[in-house]
Design a protein around this ligand. Structure first.
Ligand SMILES: *Cc1c(COP(=O)(O)O)cnc(C)c1O
Length: 227
């Protein structure tokens, strides 16, 4: 199957109301252009340099979603081009996004990344910490970020019960946060969960955005840090 055929199949298997973010990390601008020409506009990247050079080379109506761990000192580079940051994992980072967005005259959509996996290595807030951010005077003073929802990554495992529990937990956090802080705010509506291996489960558990790479492009070449 070609990339476009796989993309088409995914479109047909994903319900209306769930947005597919095509995770284009490590893929060339030519490959991205192929899916762009098929009508796709939402792409996910996890490296700052890679996102900004692709953004410079590709059409301006692409929505660039930043999905990787973001260092505070690199925020300024992505602020001009990013559509949504899925991976806010500290108050310090959110403050920096707000500061740079103000300078750029933008309001940037952000998701709080919640740590839901049983693995140690994945980034993200504990829910209690995330509530702490929303309670803080610093957050309340911010004018240039808009928190649109939550993001999470489930444990990388074949144990579908565990994965389902983790997604369900994220959905519950979302519900509580919505009720306590965003009841009147219709823009707090996104739950970014589900990747190639677990997107169907994520959708069953209420995902509104799935982030899919491998199921479209095949296995990525391993980079050094993953070996
Ligand atoms: C790479 C990546 C994905 C996509 O993973 P696949 O298994 O290739 O679909 C999704 N989310 C994040 C945060 C990623 O880094």
């Amino acid at each position: 199957m070609t990339i476009i055929e796989k993309l088409d199949l995914l479109y047909h298997s994903i319900p209306r109301g769930v947005r597919m973010i095509v995770v284009s990390k490590t893929q060339s601008p030519e490959t991205i252009t192929e899916t762009y020409n098929a009508g796709h506009r939402d792409f996910g990247e996890n490296k700052v340099q890679e996102m900004i050079s692709k953004a410079a080379a590709l059409p301006p109506d692409i929505h660039w979603h930043f999905i990787g761990h973001l260092q505070t000192n690199k925020v300024k580079y992505i602020v001009p081009v990013v559509y949504m940051i899925h991976s806010i994992d500290s108050l310090k980072l959110l403050k920096e996004v707000d500061r740079e967005a103000l300078k750029a005259g933008r309001i940037i959509s952000c998701l709080l990344q919640i740590h839901i996996a049983s693995e140690e290595t994945k980034f993200g807030f504990d829910p209690v910490e995330a509530f702490g951010v929303l309670d803080s005077a610093e957050y309340r003073a911010m004018q240039n970020v808009r928190i649109r929802g939550l993001m999470g990554m489930a444990t990388f495992t074949d144990d579908t019960n565990l994965v389902r529990q983790e997604f369900r937990y994220l959905r519950e956090c979302f519900g509580r946060m919505k009720a306590e802080y965003f009841q009147a705010d219709t823009s707090f509506c996104e739950l970014s969960m589900g990747m190639s291996g677990d997107y169907s489960l994520a959708i069953e558990e209420g995902s509104t955005m799935v982030r899919i790479g491998t199921a479209i492009f095949g296995e990525r070449p391993k980079i050094k840090s993953e070996l």
